[in-house]
Design a protein around this ligand. Sequence first.
Ligand code: SF4
Length: 373
Amino acid sequence: MKSFIDIFSAYDHHHVREAIEHASRAEVERALGKVASGDVLVDYLPLFSHAADEFLEEMARLSYAITRRRFGNIIQLYAPLYISNECSNSCRYCGFNIHNTITRITLTLEDTMREAEILYREGFRHILLVSGEHRGKLPVDALAEIGLRIHGKFSSVSIEVYPLKEEEYALMAASGVDGLTLYQETYDRDVYAAVHPAGPKRDFEWRLHAPDRAGRAGLRKLGVGSLLGLSSWRIDGFFTAVHARYLTETYWRSQIQVSFPRLRHAEGDFATPHPVSDRDLVHLICAMRLILPDAGLVLSTREPAALRDHLIPLGITMMSAGSRTEPGGYSNPEGAGKQFEIEDRRKPLEVAKSIMQHGFDPVWKDWDRSFIA
Ligand code: SF4
């Protein structure tokens, strides 16, 4: 059975780079003319080019129109719940890097439920369980137990943990977990090898294949993304779109989501090699919407409040709010090491209010697992 690794390997990466670097105005105009109808993804390559920069206004207008047509005026809210900051990897950009000296914690089941209760009382019904990647400290059985305990309370439970085997994703699904978020970080193999010098995460293909395994196991939300700033956002953006489009066509029962995490300051001294400006971020979000009209587009509290407010109309459909990035952070802020610093520090209700002030409806629940029962 084919997987995304086959699709990805078939691309001539040199050609992709050249096409993005050297696209002309006319090629961008042709790509814009194919929006929502082109079926060959290379046709969209010019949308990521420098030449497309001057079409940003038109791209934003199209992105707005497509998003409203498909999703209406809603922004769905969710919250991350960090279970553990233990990690066996040495990702150079991350505060949880095994070599960083931070206070390490893995929450017990009861601690996790206490955190979940706080989020529930704040109004959240969609929750993302996040952890560092350490099978020993957070085994699959423990995750399954959390899923079983938590899913009665929340209408949607997703995980952002180490890549699992297909049968382990099936166990997650049977335990009430319905979604996966797993960033490839970068689709550039050389950069990937350089920033992941040791640990299980060095295995580029095992990670690349994970959304396939989750889709086959029946998870109904599959989220992908690149860590913006590690490599060229234009090239990583294109391959993220290719990945999301492949998942949309292959796992048609699942909703595909794309996130736009920009590198933020974390413990350690890693400097962002390819900074992504606010304008670049808007460009990327709009290009993604033009290529993926049905995908959920996700923006986290990594971004400052003013920028998040500005991005609401441009294609985003999901936002986190009130996030803490340390395990136990909702009941005991600063009690453990954070993954990264967040920028939007508003409380969930303030975010919801701001969404309404922009003419949109904040939605705490738009999914229920009874839809797939
Ligand atoms: S990015 Fe993930 S895998 Fe890498 S060090 Fe951080 S938590 Fe661990």
